[in-house]
Design a protein around this ligand. Sequence first.
Ligand SMILES: Nc1ncnc2c1ncn2[C@@H]1O[C@H](COP(=O)(O)OP(=O)(O)O)[C@@H](O)[C@H]1O
Ligand SMILES: [Mg+2]
Length: 454
Amino acid sequence: MNTEERAVLLIVDDNATNLHVLSDVLDDAGFEVRVAQNGEIALQKVEYDPPELILLDVMMPGLNGFDTCERLKANPKTADIPIIFMTALSETVDKVRGLSLGAVDYITKPFQQDEVLARVKTHLQISRLTKSLAEQNVQLKAEVKARVKAEESLKQLMESLERQVEERTKELTLALTNLEQTQLQLVQQEKMASLGQLVAGVAHEINNPVNFIATNLDPAKEYVEELSRIIHLFLECYPDPAIEVAEALAFVDLDYMLADLNKIMEAFQVGANMLTNISRSLRTFSRSDSANPVPANIHDGIDSTLLILGHRFKSHNKRPTIRVLKEYGDLPLVKCYLGQLNQVFINLLANAVDAFDEFFLQGADRAPQIEIRTRVEQDKVFIHIKDNGPGIPDRVKERIFEPSFTTKAVGKGTGLGLSISRKIVEEQHQGKITCTSVVGEGTEFTIELPLLRA
Ligand SMILES: Nc1ncnc2c1ncn2[C@@H]1O[C@H](COP(=O)(O)OP(=O)(O)O)[C@@H](O)[C@H]1O
Ligand SMILES: [Mg+2]
């Protein structure tokens, strides 16, 4: 035997001599031998304490070997115990039947000791190997199952890790883009603020001289009128003046000069009025916003913006002058940040001018025109800024409000104008800014502001 523990064998035979002989042989060979004289006892013993192998006589009174074998095989607890049938040479038994019932072998009586020992050992070994194989099999199956499970959870872990990495990457990319855009917008806003300060400075500097001219114009006009009246009176009363005076009068066209001086004074008046307007507009444009929205005249804002941008509407060698049509509705004062709204107007108007410049470079043939229309509807103020420029193709229009989106050459456009404008209108004023455009016909931006009546 190749195992330390003594194998337990059960011999079932109704013949006491047989039992005796066989158990002696097997006992001597080192097995632990139990015996049963018939099938019933054998079944009981096996049920109670199963042996490792059974030597089973076929011919027995009562339950014969085949029946006993059948019963043992039918019981799952005993089905795997190897059974060796024993038959006398003289007995004619159906060996095939025995084997088909599940027996592993036959030995014949009278016994050949060596043969019996050899067969018993062989079958014990086979049985033990089979059992250990079965156990290993079960173990292997369990291991395979565990591995599959481990692999599955590893896969899930990997997938969830990949997802997490993907999500984090997405978040970080978004954060980075946001940061870059915020930076760009800050720079842009800083530029606008500097422009505002510059304009405020200029407005302040010209304010005094403008006032100086404007306030002195009226008395100057009066003096001129008075002087010309006195000169005429003089000439009437003294038709023959002294020779020096007559000579001086001969050199000038006094009537023409006096008439023209009046016109010049009128021109001064017009110029001074314009300067006063410009000065006021500059101050309106550069007005820095307070922390809260204040009632303001939107039209003043638009007019001051037009003034600042005025030079850009003028013709140049590639394009004619852009005509600006104003159609102002009857707007009340609107609670807003006018300085910020001016920035929006500047962006929209500058975009229209840029679009015209490009349009005429490509050979446009029409009178360029920008229409600015305002109106009140229910509790909203609408400001329309419409050009008859090139229009915007749909695939561009979808993106114009995106920060950094521009179709202009590097250095020409930042792509921030409309995104900042949208921020100002929608976030600061709870309004709306929309764009409708037809390629080849033009573009219209509409700003909608809730009317917080002042
Ligand atoms: N009136 C317009 N006509 C045609 N295209 C326009 C007009 N206004 C805006 N766009 C388009 O929208 C884009 C984004 O405008 P904006 O945000 O102001 O950035 P930028 O002017 O720096 O390009 C422009 O590059 C241009 O393609
Ligand atoms: Mg722009």
